[in-house]
Design a protein around this ligand. Structure first.
Ligand SMILES: [Fe+2]
Length: 321
């Protein structure tokens, strides 16, 4: 998830980004198609087999995009833009090692565990790649009440303005929303915050990488009681918030396993095995609700999320290992 290699965005980058988008849209392409082009399988295929025409089309698209980027002076641009698209995603995807399909061969649904599971009972699952949901694990967290849009808006208003600006060191994920930085999220109209009829839907995620912010957030939730005692849990929690369509299908190129707390609203997770495991593993999906814990090895399971209509989803995302 994290891409800490992004350089600091400078003035003029936004204008260049707009130019890039215009050219990009002239091609009739969108982010989904870019993501889809990165995946070595036709996600719409009912057979799950590679289609040579599709592969050639995707290769052609990627080459066209690279040529376009270079034509716009975009190589420099892309390296300077914070997380427009994770700029090494294609490299990661193209060079990732093939999965040992044993991680998914007998998995047809997420494992559901009780919220009173002990650390010892959780031990066999702790470092597995099995999708796990622990119902109601975090219902006792103060964050269940305190973490909402207004809380984060006021928190960042108290902090250094850089923390939420395009100059921030923290990763900002706008997904399909038309935001450039976290400050844009906190400046939207009340009706858009509430996803009122006629307003453009939004869904964003951001990393909280500043110690000052982290110290404040940690007042509202403890370390999950079931995680291994010796597990390292970096402090840079991500918050994901918004409506409707969440993250498109992707892998996370990270070093650790992730855990996520669903704090408000519900979220539907869709998992797909990697293409090389399609003959032995099956896609699956599950829905989580406020208070639930989610543990997915997002490094090997392709995953996408959607929010049920009319709900605002807020989740907290950290890694461990
Ligand atoms: Fe992810």
């Amino acid at each position: 998830m994290s891409s800490r290699n992004c350089s600091v965005t400078r003035k003029g980058t936004v204008a260049m980004l707009v130019d890039l988008h215009k050219h990009y849209l002239k091609l009739g392409l969108n982010y989904d198609e870019l993501t889809d082009a990165a995946l070595p399988v036709d996600q719409g295929s009912t057979t799950g087999k590679y289609n040579s025409l599709t592969v050639l089309t995707k290769i052609g698209f990627i080459c066209s995009l690279i040529a376009l980027i270079i034509d716009l002076g975009g190589l420099k641009l892309l390296l300077g833009i914070r997380c427009f698209v994770p700029h090494n995603y294609f490299t990661w995807e193209a060079t990732r090692p093939l999965s040992d399909c044993s991680f998914c061969s007998n998995v047809t649904q997420a494992i559901e565990l009780s919220n009173n599971i002990t650390r010892n009972e959780f031990e066999p699952y702790a470092y597995s790649s099995m999708p796990i949901v622990i119902r109601g694990a975090f219902l006792h967290w103060p964050a269940m009440e305190t973490f909402n849009y207004q809380y984060f808006k006021e928190l960042y208003a108290r902090m250094d303005p850089v923390y939420s600006s395009t100059e921030s060191e923290c990763q900002f994920l706008h997904f399909k929303s038309n935001f450039v930085a976290l400050k844009d999220v906190f400046n939207m109209s009340k009706s858009r915050v509430e996803n009122a009829k006629g307003e453009k839907s939004w869904y964003v995620g951001w990393e909280n990488c500043y110690a000052e912010v982290q110290q404040e957030l940690k007042k509202h939730f403890p370390i999950p009681h079931f995680l291994p005692e010796d597990a390292e849990i970096p402090n840079n929690a991500y918050v994901f918030m918004g409506y409707d369509e969440g993250a498109s299908l992707h892998l996370d190129f990270i070093n650790r396993l992730m855990w996520q707390a669903q704090l408000r609203g519900s979220k539907i997770w869709q998992l797909r095995p990697p293409p090389e495991c399609q003959n032995t593993c099956t896609p699956l999906s599950f829905e989580v609700h406020p208070g639930d814990a989610v543990l997915v090895d997002t490094r090997v399971w392709y995953h996408a999320t959607t929010i049920p209509e009319g709900q605002l989803s807020i989740s907290l995302h950290l890694v461990y290992g």
